[in-house]
Design a protein. Structure first.
Length: 135
């Protein structure tokens, strides 16, 4: 199982880098059709915040993207994962929200996380970080 970080979803909506947008859209297509991917509610919420604030998307545009992303398996964020995120943050010296994503991925048996925010190829608590945008 593969976990998708919010930056992948953000590139789906971001028209400024067509290469990254193409890669991100391919990942989302795979996530919808193969069911081997997941996101957390945190990822969806981060997408919404960035889409409004940075990408200047309208509420209707964000709704349109949500209709697509809601077809990807989505897990909630549980309090136990917050505790685990604190441990992960300490162990790997990461930002808290990156650690929370790893805790969600770990709790759901993911072996990879697609993200730009972690070191490509690095393994964190058994989960390999994959930067799908790396050239």
């Amino acid at each position: 199982m593969k976990f998708i970080d919010s930056n992948v979803l953000i590139y789906v909506a971001d028209d400024t880098d067509v290469v990254k947008q193409h890669v991100a859209r391919s990942i989302v297509r795979d996530a919808i059709t193969t069911l081997g991917f997941m996101v957390s509610a945190q990822v969806i919420n981060e997408f919404c915040a960035v889409s409004h604030r940075k990408l200047k998307k309208s509420t209707d545009e964000v709704y349109g993207f949500l209709e697509i992303f809601e077809r990807i398996k989505t897990v909630p964020v549980l309090p136990a994962w917050t505790r685990r995120a604190l441990e992960i943050r300490e162990r790997y010296n990461l930002q808290f929200y990156d650690s929370l994503l790893l805790a969600a991925a770990e709790a759901n048996g993911c072996d990879e996380i697609y993200t730009e925010d972690l070191s490509d190829g690095q393994v964190y608590c058994g989960i390999k970080a994959v930067n799908p945008f790396k050239e």
